[in-house]
Design a protein around this ligand. Sequence first.
Ligand SMILES: NC(=O)c1ccc[n+]([C@@H]2O[C@H](COP(=O)([O-])OP(=O)(O)OC[C@H]3O[C@@H](n4cnc5c(N)ncnc54)[C@H](OP(=O)(O)O)[C@@H]3O)[C@@H](O)[C@H]2O)c1
Length: 191
Amino acid sequence: MHQWGHPDAGLLLLYKKNEMVLHQSIAIIGATGKMGSALTKAIAGTANDLLVMGRDSHKLKKLSKSVVARAELIPIHCAKDACWEADIVILAVPANVETEVARKIKDVVTQKIVISISPDMGISLLQEELPNSKIIKAFFNNTPAELESAQLNNQTKCNVKGDDKEAVQTVSQLIVSMGLNPVVESIQAAA
Ligand SMILES: NC(=O)c1ccc[n+]([C@@H]2O[C@H](COP(=O)([O-])OP(=O)(O)OC[C@H]3O[C@@H](n4cnc5c(N)ncnc54)[C@H](OP(=O)(O)O)[C@@H]3O)[C@@H](O)[C@H]2O)c1
């Protein structure tokens, strides 16, 4: 395991500087759920735009009102529309609907990073559904409370794994900007 982003490493400072440069559009599918809303709140504190997708208009409106975003936050009802606009997609849905959602967004996530947060789904299954996307696993070992309080400490570990080195780096950078400490697992572990 390779750990980076430790406050003493200097790398954190580098990432903080990079945060000024990194300005991505991030779609959260299932944003009104426990993990989705915690991720929305944590990412809202970064310089990235957010496209928050939820099926329930009432919950979506409530979430949008409760979040103060540094960049743009757009509520969206359709997963495909949210992913069309995004550079990075986070699937914050139950493991048993990941495949169904992947099929809906397949055409609009080519060459994009798709993050699965489920501890119960391997990379290879999602990669089969989305062969032209860069599949990353992250946030699967964090609780909603850890994500929401992340900006206070930078000590909470967040495991990241994936085959695409550049995508792993980009997601690690996002994780640092959220106030978490990324721990990159080896490619073999991600298989
Ligand atoms: N909770 C945790 O502590 C935790 C920790 C680490 C990882 N995870 C993982 O995070 C994922 C989400 O868990 P959660 O606890 O946040 O679940 P949750 O609170 O039940 O939220 C699930 C979200 O997915 C949405 N959703 C469900 N079916 C959908 C579909 N077919 N299309 C689009 N959206 C759909 C739900 O929308 P509606 O509100 O409209 O139903 C809801 O917004 C799971 O894979 C879980 O294993 C959870």
